[in-house]
Structure formats: structure tokens, C-alpha cells
Design a protein around this ligand. Sequence first.
Ligand SMILES: *Cc1c(COP(=O)(O)O)cnc(C)c1O
Length: 805
Amino acid sequence: MLSKKKFKSEMRQRLREKYAMEIEDASSQELFNVLGSVIKAYYSDSWRQSWKSYLANEDKQVYYFSIEFLPGKMLKSNLLNLGILDVVSEGLAEMEIDLEDLANVEKDMALGNGGLGRLASCFMDSIASCGLPGNGNGIRYDYGLFKQRFVDGYQVELPDEWLSSGNVWEVRKESKAVDIQFSGDVWMVPDEEGHLKPVYKNQRILRAVPYDTAMIGYQNKRVNTMRLWGIEIPTSEEEKYTSIQDRRQFEDLTAVLYPDDSNERGRLVRLAQEYFFVSAGVQSILRYYLKLKKPLSCLSEYVAIHINDTHPALCVPEMMRLLLDEHGLSWEQAWEITVKVMSYTNHTIMAEALEKWPIHLMRSLLPRMYQIIEEIDRRFVEKKKLAYGSDLVERTRIIQNDQVHMAHLAIIGSHSTNGVAKLHSELLKQVVLHDFYEIYPERFNNKTNGIAERRWMQLANEPLSHVLDKHIKKSWRKNPEDLRLLLNYLDDPQVLKELAAAKLQNKEALARYIKETTGIKVLPTAIFDVQIKRLHAYKRQLLNLLHILKLYFELKENPDTAIHPRVFIFGAKAAPSYTYAKAIIKVINEVGNMINNDPAIGDRLKVVFLENYNVSLAERIIPAADVSEQISLASKEASGTSNMKLMLNGAITIATLDGANIEIRDAVGEDNIVIFGLTEQEVYAYYENQDYSALKIYEESPVLQKILNAFVDGTIPNIEFEGREIFDSLIKYNDEYFLLRDFDAYCQAQAKINEWYQDPQQWQQKSLINIANAGRFSADDTVLRYAEDIWQLNPVLKAAEKEPR
Ligand SMILES: *Cc1c(COP(=O)(O)O)cnc(C)c1O
């Protein structure tokens, strides 16, 4: 165990070695770098030992392939999981250094857009914390998700140069590099035994170099690896590049993360990225496996590969390629192995987000992949036609209308397909993937998402964590289910008071941050009403705004309207090419300007849109939230995870029956959540009957007329263009996400929130019930279910290690 004394001398020592400096002279950045290397040295033994023990025990490994990872900052999380957060924090304090200052130096690692990438990172934390042998596999983008600024209320995107001051946590492993082959013609030429072998012409060889980051388990001495691949041009290949542009084209393959989580723009680079990290990952897995000296036929007993959404679906043909071309297996042998190794998570039912690639693209960039996919498709059709008829087979085959359907490839090429919440998994079976469910009913299962409660409670919310420790002791830190112990204090006025005080403290901190970053002064005693997530039409930030405008007009007309002061807080990035989402950002900002500066409104209503929503900002906002907005159109949000984070931190959810909101309702009961709006069946009934008319609702509602007209009649200033776009989307284009239909119900739900808040004790009790029931959404449980049902992986952690320390 690290002592304070040892830690301090290590800090001094390394600072001298690295920068030839004393503590007093070092900048925060220098201190952060040195602290990082001290910590890295501290866990490097466990990192090596974990790997050695996996090897020695021949533990089955899971490799989680994800095109996005969104870990945020890692300093405090590493310290917490190593069990040295207090030692380090106190040791620094004795040297007159504030840990928070150093923590703020670290740049968010934002190699993801939103929920999908954050889930991958919560899983990395949980897989290590549960002692599961698991590894991440992804891309080391040079630039993370863009940095968002607002200029005149408009979103402006700036590059996120997250590597500009180096990255203390990563280790470059040159010796583990692998070669990746792109493009070129493939000729199938018979070898001596008459087997057809591919011969490549005109190909480019690129080198994938791994950068490993330690994924530290929670106080269990397990350290796993997140391996991100960077691209390089091997020296032997350099003469092939005739111009700088040509070189750049390849070198820039891993430059940027696609800032678009739902629309595939059909870009060649994206496809190249997918193949790049898939091929690198699968090749290195096989290289590891061969060291075990086991036959390839046993691969699935030692290796599981998880395909997180369809971006890594090329794992299927790439594994086939390696088994066929490099290891000489027959198609049947290779296929059996591949299907057993692979599993797939579906994250969306939105048709436009289901990934498809034009054949000509796939064929020109990845000819061998395309050949193999064609053969998988041909065999699928041949085999299933007899049993299921040609209609169903035509609908489920991989190649249709000159496109490769990546979800179909993932389902056909794996043994498990899961959705991410109960409703979502049902919709997959009954609607979206129903045809596949007919063919492979045994492959479908549900794994409701979860969150790393260590980050979202222990790190993000110290005030509340201390209240919990004081009353229910510390076991919840290891076993979030123990948060249930809090239910024993439901009627304890002292505990309720302390919970309220912790919330207020967090709200005061957020109010300071809001003041500093936006200049807006908000009352910490107001209701903090929070909607934080990617800006997307289906998530319906606009519905939230319509209600804000309703309140505003009511207060203007009748200044005596009884409402508790409210601060509406937004955080959201829009994909740069998504003009409609950007119009909504602009309009929220202009409505905010109008309301925040209206002296007739004062403190009763504020609208705050914080810039650059990311993991670190989420950690500031969530502990301060009173109300959690989860108002997507029913059936559209696969799960959601911010709903879980906010509930854990004691916010009351206002929600549609969508995604995991349903499970939150089941956990807390109807009295402790506000549910409103169309159900998924009602939404589908509208689709079926085609009888929705937004215009009719508008014409029959004077309130909606006033609100919607404000977008186009100059009431809201500076939105001439955007206001029209939004108005038209609702009226002219018939309101694709049924905002107007849900509007009244939403306003009633909001009125209920206002009413509940009038009774502080009752509110605090509801909040307590939410906290107490959030344990079931621990990502630890989620990954254990994946491990048991899908990966067939045993936790290597001994029971004794799971006991609270
Ligand atoms: C949790 C999280 C998300 C996911 O939010 P949803 O509301 O579930 O879509 C997105 N971005 C960040 C930074 C997060 O922390």
C-alpha cells in the first residue's frame, strides 16, 4: 500500500528526473504529468500480473470491439479504483497542491459521440472491477469529438486536440504492431494441393500500432487493457506513396472520430476505419491464441469477441479470412468457430441508423472482405430458403439492393444478438428484427444497459456519498445493490435533511459554474431541471422548449401564476451536418436570451444551455439535478443511460415509457417518477393507420398556436430562418416525433413535478427512493450477465476479494 510519505517522495523524485524541477516551480500540467507517471508505476505490477495470471490460467478472454470509447478523465477514477484517492489527495495537499487543480488539467478522452461510447467505457470499468478477463479494442483517433462553442447562439465546432499535451495513461507497444491490407485486386489462384488461395495485386500495407491503456478494477488488483490502434506507414512501403496527398490519405485514416452517431454518410474513410481496427484486433487475438498452443477448433473456449453495434461487424468476415487464408481451415470449420466466438449488441431501431455499405465501396476498398461476405450470403440463402421460403430469406440476406447490411452480417455471423433494455429487446424480436427472430429465436436476448456507479456517484457526488457512508456504511461502494439500505431511512427527518443539504451543495457548485461560464445567475433553491444528451429530433429537446415557452407566456400574461422557480439546463452536441438539430440549439439559446433577460420574469425561469457537453460536464450537472428529462418518443430510445445516472443522484425522472425508463418506473414505482405520453403501441398504431395530424392539434389548441407562432412571428428574436424550419417541421411536415400529440400530457406531468416540489419532505422521500433503487442499474451486474449468458466467461475474482474493504 502506498504511504503518504512514499507518495510525496516519489512525486519529488520524478519531478526532478523528468523536468529537473522542484514542486514549487512546476506548473499544473507538469505536476499532472508527473502524478500520472507515479500512478502508472504504482499499477504497472498489477497490470503485468493480471495478464500473466490470465495466461497461466488460460482464462477465457472477451474482447469488446467498439468504434467509440468515452472514458472522460481518468485520474481520479484510477486513484479511486486503486484505493489511493485519499492518500494522494492528502499527500498533494501537504505539498500545497490541490488534486482538483491537477484533475482539471487532464483533457477528456472523448473518442465517442454519446451513449454508445460511454457504455463501452462503463463496461471497461465494470469488467475489470468484476475481475473478468476482458479487453477493449478500438481506434486511437488523433482528434476526439469536436469541442462545441456557441457564437450568437449557434453551435460552432472546434477541433478537440486531446493529445496536444501528451497522454500519460497510454503505452505504445511497437512490438505488438500488425499489418493491415487495403484495396488491391484479389486473384484466387490454386496452390500445390489445388486449394484456391488469394493473391493480391496493388495492395497497400499499413501498420496498426497498439496504444494500451490500463483499465483498473475497483480495489481488486485486476488491471485489464483497452487497446486503441493508431495507423502508420511501414518504412518498407514508403516508396509506394508518390505524393504527400496520397500519404496523407492513409495516415489520416485514424485522424477523426465520425461526429455522427446515427447517420452513416457513406464515407470511404469510415469503412476503412472499421476494417482497420477490426483487422488489427482480430489478428492480434489470433496471434495471442496461437501462443497457447491450442487447436483453432477450440478458439471459442478461450476467446469471445463482442461486436458493439454494427461498426465492428467486419469481425465476422475478417475472422473467416484469417482462418481460411492464413490457417487453411475449411469453410465449414471456420464458420463454426466464427459464429461461436462472435456476439453482437444492437443499439438502435432507427432505420436511418442501420448501417449499410454500397457494394462498390466495399468491393473496391476491401475486395477480400467482399468476397467472403458474398459467400456467407450465398450459403445463408441456399441453406435457409428451403426452411423459411424465399420472401423471408430475401428480407434477411446480407446483400440486398447493391448494399451490404451490416446488422444482418452481425446477426448471421454470431451466436447472440442482444438489445439494451427490455422494451428495446422486445421490439427487436417483434418488429425490427422479427424475420431474424423467426430463423434464430435462440440467439435473441436482452441485456439492459448499466452505469459505472463508481464514477457517477463516488467520484461525481462526494457530498451525497458521505451522507450514504454515514448512515448505511460503505458496502454500497462495492455492491451498489446495498443502496437499498437507504430505504430504512425513508421516514428519518435527519437523513432527509442531509440528503437535501447535499443536493443543495451540488446545486450551489453548479450555479457557480453556470455563472462563470455563461454569466447567468441562477437561484440554487430553484428546481434544476436537466436534459443532457445528444441533440436529436427523437430525443425531443424541442418538446422541453415548447413547455418552457408555455410557462413563459403564462407568467407574462399572469404574473401571479404560482410556480416554483425553475432553471432549465441543457447540454447537447449536434452532429455538424445535422442542420435541424443545430436549428434547435440556436432556438433554445435565443429563447434563453429572451427569458433570462426579461425583468418581468426575474428568477422564476432561467434557461441555461451549457457548452460542450461531455463526460466531465455530465459529472458536474448530474449531482445537481432535481429533475431528469427522459422524454424521447416511445420506442425510439434503445435504453438511455443518463436516465440511470440522474436517478442514482436523486433526480426525479419525468419520462415517456421508452427504453430503460420503463425499468426505472418498475424499480421506483409510479409514485416516484412522472410518466406521460404515447406508449410504444400507440405510436405504432399511428404508423399503421397513418392518421396523425399535427395541423389538427395545432388548430384546436390556442396555447400551441401561441407557442408555435412565436417561432415565426418575431416574438422570439433572431431566429427568422431556424424558427421557420422548426415550425415547418411540426406543421408542414406533420411532426415526425409526435411532439404536439404529447404536449398536453407533458405539461400536466410538469405541473405534477411543480406540485410535488412544493412539499420538500415528500420530494426528498421520492428522491431517496430513486437513489436506493438505482443499484440494479450497476454496469457490474450488466457485464456479469453478459459474461454468463453471452461470453461464457467466469469471473476470476475469488469471492473473498469482493468483500468490502
Ligand atoms: C451518459 C452520457 C450520454 C448518454 O446519454 P443519454 O441521455 O442516455 O443519451 C451521452 N453523453 C455523455 C457525455 C454521457 O455521459
